[in-house]
Design a protein around this ligand. Sequence first.
Ligand SMILES: NC(=O)c1ccc[n+]([C@@H]2O[C@H](COP(=O)([O-])OP(=O)(O)OC[C@H]3O[C@@H](n4cnc5c(N)ncnc54)[C@H](O)[C@@H]3O)[C@@H](O)[C@H]2O)c1
Length: 445
Amino acid sequence: MHVTVVGCGYVGLVTGACLADTGNFVMGMDIDPQRVEMMRAGRSPIYEPGLTEIMQENIKTGRLKFTTDMAEAVRQAEVIFLCVGTPPRDDGSADLSIMRQVAAEVARVLAHEAIVVIKSTVPVGTGEQIEAIFQRGLRHQVAVVSNPEFLKEGSAVDDFLRPDRVVIGADDAAAAEAVRQLYLPYVRNQKPILIMSRRASEMTKYASNACLAARISFINEIANMCDQLGIDVDEVRHGMGTDSRIGFQFLYPGCGYGGSCFPKDVQALAAFGRAAGYAPQLLDAVHQVNERQKGVLFEKINRRFGGELREKHIAIWGVAFKPKTDDIREAPAVALIDRLLEAGAKLRVHDPQALANVARRYGQQFVYGDDAYALVSGADALVVVTEWNEFRNPDFRRLHEVMRQPIIFDGRNLYDTSVLRRYGFEHYPIGRPGIGNREQGTEKI
Ligand SMILES: NC(=O)c1ccc[n+]([C@@H]2O[C@H](COP(=O)([O-])OP(=O)(O)OC[C@H]3O[C@@H](n4cnc5c(N)ncnc54)[C@H](O)[C@@H]3O)[C@@H](O)[C@H]2O)c1
């Protein structure tokens, strides 16, 4: 099939490359000429495992091309995927202006029948709005289908190639069937393709993300109470997760969820619920608990240093909102960095993939680099914020040697307190008894 993908970010580029890989002819359209230039050269503008390889193979066969020109992009398109961003407005509701703009542009240049698929995460009712744009100047039949994306950054290619399910929301059976055909190669393992109403499909995406976010905020709330009550949340987590009705996924306490999806989607769902006349109490609480959780590490650090962080050298490992991505949007580390800078701390920051984005955001406000150990040298504390694999088993002896003070704030509960005790560290995890400092009065943490 001839497919066009409008917006070549995390979702659009992965979608385009993976669809080309099963034999479709894909045109990727993006407004950013630099991005298009890079992609044409077979380089991915984002870090995503496996993506460069799949791009390069399909560019070579001529099945994957890129352009900034919408008319060229849709000239042969049978199916057009809209994958542009839907960022939050100040009130938390989704900003659909880019979505509307690209729909209008497609409508203006499209000279044949086509199926438009909304892959971006959009509030219930967006399908109707986009359909109205196509009907306004209608010369040709255009069906608008909802097909939300469930991929996770860090394993996006794998998630696209092996989805748990595909959701297609369409009120037009023929359009739904055409989109289903595109997905059949990825569900040969009997995973379902669920066809439902367009509005139910739009809701399914938000409900799924909000459910996962709620589990994270729930366990974070339990962890904070464990901190107060002197209980190890990890024991509680095991006690809960072994219940087959509960399970372990998304039940890991930490310093809050981030990224470009959970924070904005929970707020957008609450916003369109409110607009529909419903008071979404649970969703508001999920968001508020997460906002508070992003401050937990700072509070622990501040308490440990008696409220005096000026000139303290703090090393940070991990800025990406989660491992295996370079994405720092809404990352808990960003909230922490902002507060530490405000308090006058001197920062040294390391992340295996996200430093270019860190540099774009912070410029020269602190030191950052690729050598995790060099950055920790002379530090008063190390704060681990993202659970990259390479941070799981560091050389504790070396860390202890090079740090000015052997203090670790463990934002993802990566380390075993008994191991850190052996090496002589103070250890401040989340919701677990750690090793505090008696003189500082932080032995109960
Ligand atoms: N990132 C994820 O993990 C993920 C997962 C599922 C769903 N989503 C949803 O998918 C949508 C896209 O997210 P993303 O993370 O891929 O965004 P992104 O910011 O990575 O990519 C958006 C792309 O659209 C391009 N763009 C902007 N304006 C344009 C225009 N007028 N014409 C053409 N291209 C334009 C940008 O240059 C960029 O390349 C959002 O609604 C998001 O909520 C994201």
